[in-house]
Design a protein around this ligand. Structure first.
Ligand code: BGC
Length: 752
């Protein structure tokens, strides 16, 4: 295909046509310019299936869309920790989009799970930026193989639903760089999504839609984003400012109102034609990439249903399995309890809501495997304890060998558009579980939820399967795992805290106009580990029906000498008696004390499939960035010289092997000394140490330290600790250094 000459095409467009192209025709289409052969193309949600609306459009999941496949939402698929599977998932979506004339799919959604309460957590991958970025990049590659664009969203710091269209996420730069941006950064650098969707919220006071730092400096200049930025639906506040900041396409249509604003701004010189032309070119690039690469239909709904099942089976997390109560055997007398067995909750509410062409329930799926008894026990739509239903459940449970309770959150408990009020299951479910435990100890809980729930019965039940929201093949996946046809291999992409108030954002979540991200970089396990807190289940945790051992952790080239890569290998062996998959996780700990950092951070993972007795060597490639933190003084990533621990294990709290490495060759951080720098700061840096000690000596002499009387009252250590917090300006006002001497010495040091 010949490359199109877009510049010439744009020269032929009128100002009005150019402005028009920068906003939607309606809810889902871009505008055409028929006389120049520019077509109108369709975009549609979303992250885990097509929500293509043929008739009436909306962005809240209200009106019908075409029948499609509901794949597992991100909350579950991220637990696969499987790049290949995520790419295949994207590939399936890309094919469906091609066949349905959809040019851009509005996903993946990669916002960090800051609080369990965010109503949209089910659409997001993880509390960890590395896992988020790797997962998103793989998914994007899969979709875009088909020249169908993706729209990675919601850029950025959109971590709550309350006031999502107006609130400001107030986040310091280091936290943005280390926690909230890397998911986007990795995806852009590794997979070049065709579009980025900016979020509704403000970031540090400036709307994301008109934030030049975010949309141009970071996204384009630093990460080299090549596609176009579109607004979330209705996120534009000031159209002209937005265009200047780097927002090319406004969605949906603004009914011509904002197009007229653009025309006016160009005519009065407020907006340059170059900016407009560039925006049009970026949009047209993506439009034509799609129209020039149309594919004939090569998917079937049934095949994609199987794909949805495979993703669910590789992602559900076996949280607990005492005495190997699972897998079940068809010979056992099993009772299923709970409305979710018959009517599973498998997706969340809002713009990602899919009109599934079929849904499998556990009750249907089990028919091919075993004969069981089903008792509803409780309704899965409301929180009402119904005595008669509960009585039937308890009496059936008492008679059974084993009981599986299908529990979960009702539809209304979590959705786009609002946050959850608490982290509990409906009280009626907890109560029924308690009643059943009085007559039966072989209880297995299967959870259907888009975000963590408190589990007051956690220590009394022998097994818990976290099915999250499983997509439309949820039932088949659950039965295959429960009966052992599939060996579970998902691991948690988030920490499950014991209770809501343990969460680091607890005191600063859901605020109105300004949301203070006061916990900084200590999000998820970074916080729980630093606080040495007990959690219900840690990040990265997940069991298998087999077991694995880890040996021979090795680092090949600890100073990145040749190619900037440090290779780490570890041998993993399946020590049990069935085929299984292990997610091997690599965490890095910075022991240099150059700045405050989490105790560990995920920097690598690999999923390996092992036959019983088989050993495989798993390889990780680390680069300097794997060890770095974001230094705002340098405006860059930085890893100080010194010791780092590389920890490899089965979860963030099940580290099996550790090795230390020494890094060298880091530049020294610039000194930024001034009259209010403390003696402690000076003395701690080798470059300014002598000057700091000199100032201290003058102070000691001034206070008479070192004479007989003072020795008794103040030891050397005490005196050092006391002056550590003393600013240089005090030394100045005591007359111990002149203004000129001080500023000359500081200038000299700051130049080092
Ligand atoms: C959501 C987006 C979605 C868009 C279109 C918005 O309300 O925030 O995630 O893609 O609607 O439905």
């Amino acid at each position: 295909m010949m490359k199109r000459d877009l510049k010439t095409l744009i020269q032929q467009m009128t100002l009005e046509e150019k402005a028009g192209l920068c906003s939607g025709l309606d809810f889902w289409h871009t505008k055409a310019v028929d006389r120049l052969g520019i077509p109108s193309v369709m975009v549609c949600d979303g992250p885990h299936g097509l929500r293509k609306q043929d008739e009436k459009g909306d962005h809240l999941g209200i009106n019908e869309s075409i029948k499609a496949v509901c794949f597992p939402p991100a909350v579950l698929s991220a637990c696969s920790f499987d790049r290949k599977l995520m790419e295949d998932f994207g590939d399936a979506i890309g094919k469906e989009a091609q066949a349905n004339d959809v040019s851009v799919v509005l996903g993946p959604a990669v916002n960090i799970k800051r609080s369990p309460l965010c109503g949209r957590n089910f659409e997001y991958y993880s509390e960890d930026p590395y896992l988020t970025g790797e997962t998103a990049a793989a998914f994007i590659k899969g979709v875009q193989k088909h020249h169908v664009g993706t729209s990675i969203k919601h850029f950025a710091a959109n971590n709550q639903e309350f006031n999502r269209m107006s609130a400001s996420s107030d986040v310091d730069e280091r936290t943005l760089r280390e926690i909230y941006l890397p998911g986007f950064e990795t995806a852009v650098k590794e997979a070049q999504p065709k579009t980025v969707m900016c979020s509704y919220n403000r970031v540090n006071g400036v709307f994301a839609s008109e934030n030049p730092w975010l949309l141009t400096e970071v996204l384009r200049d630093e990460w080299n984003f090549e596609g176009y930025v579109m607004s979330d639906w209705g996120a534009v506040n000031d159209r002209v400012e937005a265009l200047k900041a780097g927002l090319e396409l406004e969605m949906p249509s603004s009914n011509g109102i904002n197009d007229a604003e653009i025309v006016r701004a160009v005519n009065n010189g407020e907006l340059s034609m170059e900016i407009l032309d560039q925006a049009v070119e970026r949009i047209l690039n993506v439009v034509f990439d799609w129209t020039d690469h149309r594919e004939t239909q090569n998917f079937t709904l049934d095949k994609d249903h199987e794909m949805a099942q495979k993703i669910a089976e590789n992602s559900m997390v076996l949280l607990k399995n005492e005495d190997q109560i699972l897998p079940l055997s068809p010979e056992e007398k099993v009772v299923f309890i709970g409305g979710f067995a018959a009517h599973p909750r498998y997706q969340g509410g809002g713009s990602s809501h899919i009109n599934s062409y079929k849904v499998s329930s556990a009750l249907e799926a089990v028919k091919d495997v075993a004969e069981i008894t089903y008792i509803e026990g409780f309704s899965n739509t409301e929180d009402v304890y119904q005595d008669e239903l509960a009585r039937q459940a308890v009496s059936a449970a008492a008679e059974a060998d084993k009981v599986v309770i299908f529990a979960g959150l009702p539809e209304s408990f979590e959705s786009e558009g609002y946050d959850r009020a608490h982290m509990q299951l409906p009280a009626c479910q907890n109560l029924l579980i308690r009643e059943i435990l009085k007559v039966q100890s072989n209880v297995i809980i299967v959870l259907h939820n888009g975000a963590p729930v408190e589990m007051p019965w956690k220590d009394q039940v022998p097994a818990i399967l976290e099915a999250y929201l499983g997509g439309q093949a949820v039932g088949e996946a659950e039965i295959n795992i429960l009966y052992g046809k599939v060996n579970p291999s998902g691991k948690l992409a988030e920490t499950l805290p014991l209770k809501l108030s343990d969460n680091p954002s607890y005191l600063n979540f859901g605020d109105g106009e300004h949301v203070n991200y006061a916990e900084g970089i200590f999000v998820g396990y970074r916080y729980y580990d630093a606080k040495e807190m007990d959690v219900a289940f840690p990040f990265g945790h997940g069991l298998s029906y087999t077991s694995f051992s880890y040996d021979h952790l090795k680092v090949d080239d600890s100073d990145f000498a040749s190619d900037g890569i440090m290779q780490v290998t570890v041998d993993v062996t399946n020590t049990g008696d069935r085929l299984g998959k292990e997610i091997v996780q690599l965490y890095v700990q910075d022991c240099t004390k150059a700045c405050r950092r989490p105790l560990k951070e995920l920097k690598g993972f690999e999923k390996v499939s092992l036959e019983p007795g088989e050993t495989k060597t798993v390889t990780f490639n680390l680069d300097r960035r794997s060890f770095s933190w974001y230094c705002t003084d340098l405006h860059d990533w930085y890893a100080a010289d010194g010791t780092y621990q590389i920890m490899v294990g089965a979860s963030s709290r099940d580290i099996r092997q550790t090795v230390s490495v020494q890094l060298s060759g880091a530049p020294l951080l610039p000194l930024k000394l001034h009259a209010n720098s403390t003696l402690g700061e000076l003395i701690s840096d080798p470059r300014s140490r002598d000057f700091g000690l000199e100032m201290k000596r003058r102070l000691d002499a001034f206070f008479g330290a070192g004479n007989g009387d003072s020795d008794e009252a103040v030891s050397d250590d005490m005196s050092m600790a006391m002056v550590a917090s003393m600013p240089l300006r005090n030394v100045l006002t005591f007359g111990l250094v002149s203004k000129d001497e001080l500023s000359a010495r500081l200038d000299e040091l700051n130049r080092l």
